[in-house]
Ligand binder design. Structure first.
Ligand code: 7TS
Length: 419
C-alpha cells in the first residue's frame, strides 16, 4: 500500500472509534500550559484507561489484604483476583501454563532475575553472552554485571544505518562458548521490530537459550511465546496501559524449575528451619515477599482492555499513525529520522538541524505536546549515530492524526524561532 493510500485511509474511520477510546482515558482531557494535552511519550509509559484506575482503587477499597496466607474472606478474594490476573497474562501471551508467569516489578527486574539466577548458575569463565547494539540499558547492564563477575565476555550484534540488526554478524559472533542471548524485540529509541524468530531459531540450533525484552513489543504486536519459542520474555505493565511497578517474566517451565531462587523471603519457601530451607513450587519460588497486589490486578484489567479492542486493531491504527507521521515529518527542512527500519512500530525518533532535542521538547511542551528527548536509556545507539540525543514521538492506540498535525505545526514554529 502506498503512503498516499494510507493517508487517504486514515482520514476515514479506522477499525475502531478513536474518540470512544480516548473517552476511556481521563488524563487525555488534561490541559498543559492552557493547551489540550497531546501525549506522544507512550514509549516511556502509556496512559491508563478508567477501568484500570478503578480496578486498582477497588482492590484498596474493597479487597485489601495479603494474598496466599489468609483463610479469611478478604484474603481469599484478593488471592483469587491476583491469580486470575496471572491466568489472563498466560492467555495473552499463550504460555503453556500459569506457572510460567512470574510477577516482577517490571522489565528491568525480570531481566536482572534471569541474569542473577539462570546465568549466575550456568555461565563460567570464558563463556559468552550476546546482546545487540540497540538494547535499552536494562538489557545491557545486568549482562555486564554477570559477565564481569564470571569473567565471561559480552558480545554485541551490530546494527546498520537503518537501525536493523545485521544478521550475518549475529551468525558470525555465535560460538560454542555462547551460553545466553538476550535481545530486544522492539527498540525503544528506533522503533525497529527485530527478526526474533530467526534469532531464536539460530540460537536453538546451537542450544542457546534466548530472552526477549518485550517492553516495547507487548503493547504493539500480538505475542505468542509458544510460536516464538523464546525461553524467557520480559515486559512491564505500565507500557501496556497498566500500572507502574509491575511486570512479568515468562520462562519455560523446565528452565524456571532448574533455576535457583532470586530473592529469599516469605511466600517463596516450602519449609524453613535454621538448618535448611526448601523452596516453594513455581511460580511462587520467584515471588518473595508481599507483591504489588493492586498492580497485578490492575495489569489484569489492562490486559482485558487491550484484548477487548484487539491488539491487531491497535497495531493497524498505530501503523496508520506512523506512516502518516513519517510522511508529513519528512517535509520539515533539516529533519532527519533516526531509525528507518523496514519493520517498525509507532516510534519516531528524529534530530532537527543542530537544535538540541531538549530545546525541542521544552518548546513543544508549551504547545501541550509531550514527547521524549534524550538518549532514551540507549546510549550505545546514540554513539552508533554520533549524536547525543534524539527527540522521540511515540504513538499509542488513542492518538490521532490531528495530534500529529499539532506536533508538526509545533516543529515548524520551532524552525521559525530558531531560524
Ligand atoms: N527495555 C526496553 C526496550 C524499554 O523500552 C524499557 C523502558 C525497559 C526495558 C525498562 O523498562 P522498565 O519498565 O523496567 O523501566 N523504556 C523507556 C523509554 O523508552 N523511556 O522511558 C523508559
Amino acid at each position: 500500500m502506498s503512503s498516499k493510500e494510507i493517508i487517504s485511509m486514515i482520514s476515514k474511520p479506522t477499525l475502531y472509534d478513536v474518540e470512544k477510546i480516548r473517552s476511556d482515558f481521563p488524563i487525555l482531557q488534561t490541559k498543559v500550559h492552557g493547551k489540550p494535552l497531546v501525549y506522544l511519550d507512550n514509549a516511556a509509559t502509556s496512559q491508563k484507561p478508567i477501568t484500570v484506575i478503578t480496578k486498582a482503587q477497588e482492590y484498596y477499597s474493597s479487597m485489601n489484604s495479603n494474598i496466599h496466607r489468609g483463610v479469611h474472606a478478604l484474603s481469599q478474594v484478593a488471592t483469587e483476583a491476583y491469580e486470575m490476573a496471572r491466568i489472563k497474562i498466560k492467555n495473552f501471551i499463550n504460555s503453556l501454563g500459569k506457572n510460567e508467569i512470574i510477577f516482577t516489578s517490571g522489565t528491568t527486574e525480570s531481566i536482572n532475575l534471569v541474569a542473577q539466577t539462570y546465568c549466575r548458575a550456568n555461565i563460567k569463565e570464558g563463556d559468552e553472552v550476546i546482546i545487540s547494539e540497540m538494547e535499552h540499558h536494562s538489557n545491557i547492564v545486568p549482562w555486564q554485571m554477570i559477565c564481569d563477575e564470571k569473567n565471561a565476555k559480552l558480545k554485541i550484534i551490530p546494527i546498520n544505518d537503518e537501525g536493523e540488526i545485521i544478521f550475518e554478524e549475529f551468525e558470525r559472533i555465535i560460538t560454542h562458548r555462547t551460553k545466553f542471548i538476550s535481545v530486544v524485540y522492539v527498540s525503544n529509541s528506533l522503533g525497529t521490530i527485530n527478526p526474533v524468530k530467526q534469532i531464536i531459531k539460530l540460537a536453538h540450533q546451537n542450544n542457546i537459550p534466548v530472552l526477549l525484552d518485550a517492553a516495547q513489543a507487548v503493547n504493539h504486536i500480538p505475542i505468542d511465546v509458544q510460536e516464538l519459542d523464546c525461553d524467557f520474555l520480559a515486559f512491564s505493565g505500565h507500557k501496556i496501559y497498566g500500572p507502574t511497578g509491575i511486570g512479568v517474566l515468562y520462562g519455560k517451565i523446565n528452565l524456571l524449575d532448574s533455576m535457583p531462587p532470586y530473592q529469599g523471603g516469605g511466600d517463596m519457601i516450602s519449609k524453613v528451619t535454621f538448618e535448611k530451607t526448601t523452596f516453594n513450587e513455581l511460580p511462587y519460588k520467584f515471588e518473595a515477599g508481599t507483591p504489588n497486589i493492586a498492580g497485578v490486578i490492575g495489569l489484569g484489567e489492562a490486559i482485558d482492555y487491550v484484548t477487548n479492542i484487539g491488539i491487531d486493531n491497535i497495531a493497524l491504527h498505530e501503523k496508520f499513525l506512523l506512516d502518516y507521521a513519517t510522511e508529513v515529518i519528512a517535509d520539515i527542512p533539516g529533519l532527519k529520522i533516526i531509525g528507518t527500519a523496514k519493520e517498525k512500530v509507532s516510534v519516531l525518533s528524529f534530530v532537527l538541524d543542530d537544535i538540541h532535542p531538549h530545546d525541542i521538547g521544552t518548546f513543544l511542551d508549551f504547545e501541550g505536546v509531550a514527547i521524549r528527548t534524550g538518549h532514551h536509556c540507549t546510549q550505545p545507539v546514540m554513539d552508533r549515530y554520533g549524536i547525543p540525543a534524539t527527540s522521540r514521538a511515540s504513538f499509542a492506540m488513542y492518538n490521532t492524526k490531528d495530534e500529529i498535525d499539532i506536533l508538526i505545526k509545533g516543529l515548524k514554529k520551532i524552525i521559525e524561532v530558531f531560524g
